[in-house]
Design a protein. Structure first.
Length: 429
């Protein structure tokens, strides 16, 4: 079976989001190809063929139709042109994250509409690989959905969609800009859903809402866990307790980290008893770094996924962050971060901070696997438990172990994926 996967970012080891790679490692790299729409360098060994469409060159193609906007690249292969593209990519997205607006997002969609992504190079890549099935996430990027629709039509492959974010409801924001942009996102996703034969959903909450909106019957699939470590014995923990966070600090996560830091500064007994190590790709401004770093928190550059997993295993407590009450509080309402399954594999207590009306926070509470805080006074109370009742953290570690073994069993999840793809492809024969 030939499998072509469409993603926004490249499959890179410094990005923790590796759900597709984990689900597809059972197929052999020669049978897996990837198309991404970012100037990033892939290095995953799960895939043998990559095609990247450059947003920088899409912009240039509006004025120069002869420019090549996409190319096949080899995993880990960095040449001078790739380095230049990567530098431009980093500059563009650093600027974009600071000035993110719905006007900008609509302007970006117009650029992709006018730009030239349908090229001879892209067609040759699709024709030579000849996928049996196309896998894609149901993204809010209208231009990516258009590209996927084109690939399905050209290759005549069947398609499986993965719904792992709320890109279709109006529940995240009440702003006019959001509603206008979301209207076009919904139309784009409904069009793609009509050409997609099967769907995965990242959580039961996501499944309920997505099934109703798209008129489908999705299957809940999370990133599987390879190995579950035995629960940490908190009777043997020495102070300071090491808290670890690995991941981006976008969509309000930096603000939640700042709330945690401020709470610790208000707890006299916390000094010298709590250390928070953060490893992130996010470029924080100097003012935020100055407010964060001090007695409790240290912000470090991102590390490869393998090293991040090792740091999680060495931690005492694993920190999970989402926006609590800011403008991004509902952004992750239907998501289920790959970080959750990575954390579950470590058999440790999780310290979760975020809006309680989100799938991750509800999952933590329902399964009693984390100290959960949706308000600053709850953050303080949970630190009181951490500092004064260390042995009580054994309960969360034990529950983490049980949930990881029961609900994220790798063999069961990979079997669901195999059966789904087999059923979809067999309908073409």
């Amino acid at each position: 079976m030939k499998i072509l996967v469409f993603t926004v970012t490249a499959w890179n080891s410094k990005v923790g989001a590796n759900t597709w790679e984990t689900l597809l490692e059972q197929y052999g790299s020669e049978n897996v190809a990837n198309v991404c729409i970012r100037d990033e360098i892939p290095d995953s060994k799960v895939c043998s063929k990559y095609f990247a469409i450059s947003e920088n060159k899409i912009i240039k193609s509006i004025f120069n139709r002869r420019i090549k906007t996409g190319k096949e690249i080899l995993a880990g292969n960095v040449n001078i042109e790739s380095e230049e593209d990567l530098a431009l990519h980093d500059q563009l997205y650093a600027k974009y994250r600071k000035k993110r607006s719905y006007f900008y997002l609509m302007a970006r969609e117009l650029v992709w509409k006018l730009g030239k992504w349908r090229t001879k190079e892209f067609d040759n890549f699709l024709d030579e690989f000849k996928p049996d099935v196309i896998l894609h996430s149901m993204e809010g990027y209208i231009h990516l959905n258009r590209i996927i629709n084109y690939a399905i039509k050209r290759t005549k492959a069947k398609a499986v969609g993965y719904i792992w974010d709320d890109n279709f409801s109006y529940k995240q924001s009440s702003s006019l800009g959001f509603k206008i942009y979301r209207f076009f996102q919904r139309k784009s996703l409904k069009r793609l859903a009509k050409k997609t034969q099967a769907f995965f959903a990242i959580s039961s909450k996501t499944k309920v809402e997505a099934d109703k909106f798209f008129g489908i019957n999705s299957t809940v699939v999370t990133k599987p866990i390879d190995e579950v470590l035995l629960p940490t014995d908190y009777t043997k923990v020495d102070f300071p307790l090491k808290f670890i966070y690995t991941g981006n600090l976008l969509i309000g996560r930096d603000r939640s980290l700042l709330k945690i830091n401020n709470c610790l500064n208000q707890i006299p007994e916390a000094k010298d008893k709590v250390k928070i190590e953060v490893y992130t790709q996010t470029k924080l401004d100097e003012n935020m770094i100055k407010m964060l770093e001090g007695d409790f928190c240290q912000v470090n550059p991102a590390v490869p996924q393998e090293e991040a997993l090792q740091k999680q295993k060495e931690a005492d407590v694993l920190l999970f962050l989402e926006d609590i009450d800011g403008k991004d509080a509902k952004t992750a309402r239907l998501s289920f971060s790959t970080k959750i399954t990575d954390y579950l594999s470590c058999g440790k207590c999780i310290f979760a901070v975020g809006c309680l009306d989100t799938a991750p926070m509800q999952y933590f509470k329902e399964n009693d696997i984390a100290l959960v805080a949706g308000k600053e006074n709850e953050i303080k109370e949970n630190f009181r438990i951490v500092l004064q009742e260390t042995k009580s953290l054994n309960k969360y570690a034990d529950n983490v172990y049980v949930v990881a073994k029961d609900k994220h069993n790798k063999e069961k999840i990979l079997q669901i994926v195999r059966q789904t793809l087999d059923n979809v492809v067999s309908k073409t024969k």
